[in-house]
Structure formats: C-alpha cells, structure tokens
Design a protein around this ligand. Structure first.
Ligand code: ADP
Ligand code: ZN
Ligand code: ZN
Length: 819
C-alpha cells in the first residue's frame, strides 16, 4: 500500500506505537483515527510521521475521526512525557487523560446464520453453542470471556469462511452531545407591506415569524411547537420561504446547576497574604517561572491567595487556570469559594459526572468558554488554551497519585505541564510532602510561607492522653468501663472536653483511623485471626450486616462460631470499627446529634457534601469519621478535635508511615480554632514520645522535616533518592517468587549500563503478601539519577519477559507506598 506512513498510539498495554498508511494528507498529531488492529478495529491517536527510509508493509487506516486534533499539542506533549517517565504506553496515557467518549473502542459482533453440522472442531462447536439462537448478535469480547479458551479468532475466521456466522464491527458511536433544535430567523422583514406580500393568507406563518422576531430572532423548536401551538408544517413553510432555518444547537449540562452559588465574601488580604500575592503576580510575568511551594499553616488563608492569583491570571491577563484539589466531594467549601468568585467561568470536574457531562466541560474549556477548571487528579489534563497557572492545593495528599496504570502523580505532572507551557505552578500545603519541601530548601522551587493564622487566630493547644494508662485502668477496673467513662475508648479528659462543647452549643470532630480500628475476629485460645481467603489481610466485622468483609476484594462471609484451628468457641471480635465507636459516642453523649462519615456512610454521589452541609449549618454536634474529615474543612464553631488513636498507621511497614501520621494529625488538629471561639485538640496515643506525634503536638513542621529527612538517609529513601517499586504477582506462590528472582537478576545485570548508583533491593514478599488471590513479590530500585532509573526501567518493561502462565509485572515509579 502506498501513501504516507503515520505512527498511531493505541490504548493497549504495548510499549510501542503502530505504523499505518494514509492516502491523503496525513492528519495532524493528536487527531483520532480508526485503524484495523488484529481482527478488529481500534481508535488511536496520530503521533507523527514514520520517516523510516525502508518502511515495513503496513495496513491503511480506516477513517479519520476528527476535523481538528482532539488532543491539543501541549496535552499530547504532556502525555508523551508521562508515557516516558511512568513507563506507560502512550495510548493508555491518552485514554486516561481524555474524556472516555473520545476513546471508546469499536466492538466486534458475531451472529449465527445457520447451525453447523458435525464437521467443525471441538472449539468451533463450543463457540457455536455459546452463540445461541441464530440471528442474535453477540460481542466477541464477551464470548471470549465466557468461553475462557483464549483467542477465538481462528475459529471465527473458519466459521465465517464456511458461512456459518457473520462478523460485523459496529463502528464507534459519535461522542454523545445533547442537541436542541432551534429555529432561527434568517431574514428580518421590517416593512409591513413586504410582510403582507410575503405571508398573504398564511396567517400562522406570520404569527410564527412574529413570535421569533419578538424573542430576538431565535426560539427553541419545541417551544414553538408546544407553548406556541404552531405545527411543524408552519415552521417548514418559513424554512421554504428562506425566512428561518432549524438548526442543531448543543446544550451543555451543568451538574452544579442545583447547587446555589454563594456570594463571595469581601476579604482584604492580610499583610502576609498581600506579600505572597504580589510576589506571585510578579512571577506571572516571567517567561519560565519556577514552581512555588506555599507553606501556610492551617487556617492561614491559602484559598484567598489562590483566588487573588487566579483573578490576575484570568481577569487581568485573559489566560486560563487549573486548580487541583484532593477530592471534590470532600472539599465542597474550597470548590464553592472558587465558584462564588468566578461563577460561570469555572468548570468543576468530579467523579459523579456522567461521560457526557465530562465531555461537555472538556469542550467548553477547550473553546475558552470557561477558563478555570477545579477538579481532582485528572483535571491536570484539562484542555486549557493559554494556561497561566496551575494550583495544587494540599499538595502532600496521597490521592494525587493514581494507583492503577498509568501510575502518575498529578502534582508532578502539574509541575511538568507548567514548565512545558510557561505557566506558574503553585503548590500549597500546611504539611508539604518531604519531596516538595526538599525542593524548596534547595532552591529548585521557590518557597513562600504564611506562618500565621488569619485574624490573629492561634493554632490550637494540643493535649496528650496516654492510651497505655487508659488501657491499664480499664483492665484494673473492668466493671467501671460503662458508657459514662467512654467505654474504654474515650478518655475521661476527652469526654469532659466534648461535654463542655455540647454545653456551649459548639461542635466537635472525632477522628478515628480506619486502618487500625477495623474490628477483626481472633480466637482467645490460640490467637488465630480470620483472614480473607484471597488476600493476606484480616477480615473486618461489620455489626450492621453481621458479616465479615474484606476491604480489599469485598469478599464476604458469615462470622465463625468456633475456631478453625483449635475448635475453641471463645472468639473475640476485637478492635474498634467506626460503627462501634459511633455506638460508644452515642452512649457517652446521649443528647448529641452525631454524624458519621466514612466510606460506608458515603456511598451516594453527594453524601459527603450533604453531611458536611448539615455540619456547617449546625444541625450536627459531633462529626465522627476517618481520614476523610481531616481535609480542608473550615468551620468556625468547631472548638474541639479529638483523635481517638493517633498511632494507627505509624507502624505500617512503609517508609512514609511517619510522614502520613504527622500529616494526618496536623491536618485534623487544624480543623479547630479557626474562628473567634478558639479551640483545642485531644490526642490519644500510646506513643506520646514518637517524634511524628510530638512534632504534630507542637505544630512544628520543620522539626518533623529535619528529623524525618535524617531517618531517610540510611537506607536511602526519597527525597534523597528516586524510587521505583517493581511488583510481580501470580496465582502461584512459587511462580511469583521465581519470577521475582529472575526479574531481580535481570535488573542487577542491566543496572551498570545505566548508571553507577543504581541499586536493586530484593526480591522480597510484599508487605501485603497476597491480594485478590495473587501472591505478590517486589523489588525496589533506587538511584539518585532519575534518568538512570528511567533508562533501566524502560529497558526492563521493553525487554524482560516474565515466564509462566499468569505473571503480572507492575512498575510503580515514585510510589506513595511500598505495600
Ligand atoms: P487554609 O486553606 O490556609 O487552611 P483558608 O483559606 O480556609 O485557610 O482560610 C481560613 C479562613 O480564614 C477562611 O474562613 C477564610 O474565609 C478566612 N480568611 C482568609 N483570608 C482572610 C482575610 N484576609 N480576612 C479575613 N478572613 C480571611
Ligand atoms: Zn483457636
Ligand atoms: Zn480479600
């Protein structure tokens, strides 16, 4: 085949692009094309020309799907960087970055025409019987899954050849658009005589014309037909005369339609805020501003800084902005502040959007109809022409890292995107990640700070309760642990503190960390703990459903009556779940209105939003919840925060365990004392001397950072070094171990080719040894040079082939955890 050869990225787990030919001028980079792939069709993106002098024989593309590239050049360049850095195929990155409607794959269907005789192979017979009734189309993808016999294309080809089945490819649907028919006037007839002439006896046509004229020249067709009472033929008459036309006009669906916009508060920046704002404004004029880390204590008014900066970018300079927040449904206050200030200029991207709504928002942004996008992780890919600034709020938050491939870290992608487009990138946090802090310290980022709370507010005093003492007392006086004393869960000090607040009609937040508080079942005789059949994690007992549940794979089973190992019937349902704590809290504070916020109570699309709304309106006295209540809430009537057990997670076998514990404690403590009423914090801990706990008690970020940076020198961990976690898994434990061994051997042998300080650690069983029925082993690769690390890993994913039936290899660069 002749023509031009182009490279196409396909959303497949293969680390190359594919070459096709086109007859006419090659479509531009970023254009979607439909191409034949194996026996089916795929949507891919043109990435450029293939200029090899001796090109291989290739197939032609089937169709060009965009008039204009649907991926703007800067986004394609960003996707290429992500693909390179995170070792993810470009097509997979693009599929993640774009609204799903732009990458829906075509589907192959089979229909049986006539039942076959006996002559087919056994596999053909199986396929035939799976097809069922003649005339019913079935998707090849589904058939392959239900049959479970690998590729069925040889059988399909054979059966199509014999005329037994029909194979069709249903081409991909056009992206859904909501269309409205609108009647628009094309000719205005102001002269009454001309009007008489034009309409004659067509009275209804004349009335329709006048209705259109009266409403400024265009009216929705349905409106004319319904309310107006005109028939379709009357409108057709206008069309025939060339006076009006009926056009398709897109309607955008706004999911925030029903959420009322607030009026923006009129705030004058404090001197500290003013200093930071004018510094940032100056940086906007630089052609390549360096990234900025804004370290502002909780309640220091970082949001106002973002808003003032965005005003400058959008209003004064006519450019666009991206604001990333950890999770939209957990940060409704932040989102509504942006909406209050910028109104319809803001598109909010969140997980509850339908595919169509997401696509609508995407196009409005691309056309510049909205210039600000607020959203979680994936909003970093929003198509903003002329990007001026990217703000990453709570930049330390773990949710910026995607846990599935492509495993990108949105904060780092934001830095790269800003530098590629000349935009300013502003990272904000009260508890910056050590990576960003180190970049600030060494001058790679500019470091700005807001050391004080606004309005002279002070950070709340933090009191410590030693849990070991509480437990000892409980043991010594088992009879005295009635609900009055807090059921052995809440210390007398915390109970008294909460009662004080209730008496003054103020509010309290109680944090309990799910990780350590899930209640597991343990045999009192032999110590056996009930674990999931598929994962090496203990099952959690849920009182309301009366079932044991695995929080990783959702496996469910009834609680045991006796121990499997020793037969004892003495089983304890240990630990504390949120449900159990809620009961204790309800019994301890019988008059209080309590709301619980965790993954179990918040399955509805907007339930977080609702609970927080009720809390904000003062309809709830005590908000009880997991980590999710620590994020960014700003309620002036919260005068007490209680942490039920601060130590949870601190002993996880992960290098970031202390950092996460510190961040959580500091952030949750930061939820109180935000108004004139002041506030205080009670932290219950069995480790009152742990440095992460101590630093959080003292609100001393830099003390924490100094110590933690030292802890990560030996063994070397980020930020002193770059890390990748290479995880190998298999349903067979021997196979997983053997392949991890082979992978480690390969990496060690290749390491010296890429750099001198590359270090391969392991293999070892992963801390969570088994997950979803797969045994997991891992290797950790580190280097002080990102290029050396990247080179070795790229070579590994491209050249190392694991053996065995079902071995999976995951390379996680800059992992958030090594679990
Ligand atoms: P942070 O994100 O740094 O924790 P916020 O941006 O939520 O802090 O601000 C904390 C509170 O202070 C908010 O209620 C905000 O409205 C208020 N605030 C911020 N700046 C000012 C200001 N200059 N004057 C008065 N109130 C302010
Ligand atoms: Zn037992
Ligand atoms: Zn499980």
């Amino acid at each position: 085949m002749g023509g031009t050869r182009i490279e196409v990225a396909l959303p497949l787990p293969i680390h190359t692009t594919f070459t096709y030919s086109v007859e006419t001028p090659a479509p531009q980079r970023g254009t979607r094309v439909l191409v034949p792939f194996r026996r089916g069709e795929r949507i891919g993106w043109v990435t450029g020309l293939n200029t090899a002098s001796d090109p291989p024989k290739v197939r032609g593309i089937l169709d060009v799907l965009d008039d204009q590239p649907s991926v703007p050049p800067d986004l394609l360049q960003l996707a290429e960087w992500i693909s390179e850095y995170y070792l993810a195929p470009l097509g997979m990155v693009l599929r993640t970055a774009l609204p799903s409607v732009l990458s829906e794959a075509s589907r192959d269907f089979l229909t049986m025409i006539r039942t076959q005789g006996e002559e087919g192979t056994v596999r053909e017979q199986r396929l035939i019987s799976a097809l069922g009734e003649p005339g019913m189309a079935k998707a090849v993808r589904t058939l392959r899954k239900t049959l479970g016999m690998g590729s069925i294309w040889p059988e399909i080809r054979s059966l199509v050849g014999k005329g037994a089945v029909r194979h069709e490819t249903i081409p991909p649907k056009d992206p859904p658009r909501k269309i409205q028919k609108v009647v628009r006037l094309k000719e205005w007839i102001s002269d009454l005589t001309a009007r008489d002439e034009m309409f004659g006896r067509a009275r209804r046509q004349r009335e329709a014309y006048e209705a259109l004229e009266g409403s400024g020249g265009s009216v929705e067709l349905n409106h004319l037909l319904g309310r107006g009472g005109f028939s379709r033929s009357v409108i057709a008459g206008l069309e025939e005369k060339g006076i009006a036309s009926v056009e398709d006009v897109e309607v955008f669906r706004d999911p925030f339609r029903d959420h009322p916009k607030e009026k923006p508060p009129d705030l004058t920046p404090t001197p500290d805020q003013g200093r930071v704002i004018s510094h940032l404004k100056r940086m906007l004029s630089e052609s390549k501003p360096s990234p900025v880390l804004l370290h502002g204590v909780t309640g220091s008014g970082k949001t106002l800084v973002y808003i003032e900066l965005l005003s400058e970018v959008v209003r004064a300079r006519g450019r666009g902005a991206i604001v990333l927040v950890p999770e939209i449904s957990l940060t409704p206050q932040t989102v509504s502040r942006f909406r209050a200030h910028f109104g319809d200029d803001v598109a909010v991207l969140h997980s509850a959007l339908s595919d169509g709504e997401r696509f609508d928002a995407w196009r409005q942004l691309q056309r510049g109809e909205k210039r600000i996008v607020v959203g979680a992780r994936s909003a970093v890919f929003a198509p903003i022409p002329s990007l001026g600034v990217i703000v990453v709020d709570e930049e330390h938050d773990g949710s910026y890292k995607q846990s599935e491939g492509p495993r990108y870290q949105a904060r780092d992608v934001a830095i790269v995107r800003a530098s590629q487009t000349g935009a300013l990138c502003l990272l904000g946090s009260a508890t910056p990640s050590l990576e960003s802090w180190e970049n600030g310290r060494t001058g790679k980022y500019e470091l700005l700070s807001l050391p004080q709370r606004v309005g002279g507010g002070i950070l709340p005093p933090v009191h410590v309760v030693d849990l070991k003492k509480l437990w000892k007392e409980k043991k010594a006086h088992p009879g005295k642990t009635g609900p009055v004393e807090g059921g052995g869960v809440l210390s007398p000090e915390l109970v008294e503190g909460v009662n004080d607040r209730l008496a003054r009609s103020e509010q309290a937040i109680l944090l309990l960390n799910r990780r350590g508080y899930s209640s597991f079942v343990q045999c009192r005789e032999c110590g056996e703990v009930w674990q999931c059949l598929h994962c090496s994690v203990s099952l959690t007992f849920h009182r309301t459903s009366g079932k044991l549940l695995c929080h990783h794979c959702r496996h469910e089973e009834p609680p045991p009556k006796r121990c499997d190992r020793c037969g004892s019937e003495e089983l304890s349902f240990r630990g504390l779940g949120t449900e159990q704590v809620e009961r204790v809290v309800a019994e301890t504070f019988p008059g209080a209105r309590i709301a619980r916020m965790d993954v179990d109570t918040t399955s509805g699309k907007w339930s977080h939003h609702e609970i927080l709304g009720r809390f904000g309106r003062g309809e709830v006295d005590i908000l009880l919840g997991t980590q999710m209540i620590a994020k960014g809430l700003d309620f002036p009537r919260v005068t007490l925060v209680g942490v039920i057990n601060a130590d949870v997670g601190i002993h996880l076998p992960d290098f970031r365990a202390s950092e996460r514990a510190f961040q959580l404690l500091s952030q949750v403590a930061g939820r109180t004392g935000r108004g004139t009423l002041g506030g205080e914090v009670w932290v219950q801990t069995a480790l009152p001397g742990h440095f992460a706990v101590r630093a959080a008690l003292d609100h001393d970020y830099s003390a924490f950072a100094v110590r933690e940076l030292k802890e990560r020198v030996a063994p070397r961990y980020p930020p002193h070094v770059r890390l990748a976690n290479v995880l190998l898994s298999s349903p067979s434990s021997e196979e997983a171990a053997r392949e991890a061994e082979r992978g480690g051997g390969w990496l060690r042998a290749a390491a010296s080719r890429f750099g001198s300080d590359l270090e391969v650690v392991g293999p070892a069983p992963a801390p969570i040894e088994r997950l979803h029925g797969r045994w997991r082993w891992h290797l950790v690769v580190r280097s002080s040079s990102p290029n050396a690390l990247g080179g070795l890993l790229r070579s590994f994913v491209e050249h190392h082939r694991p053996r065995g039936r079902d071995v999976r290899v995951i390379v996680d660069r800059d992992p958030v955890a090594l679990l």
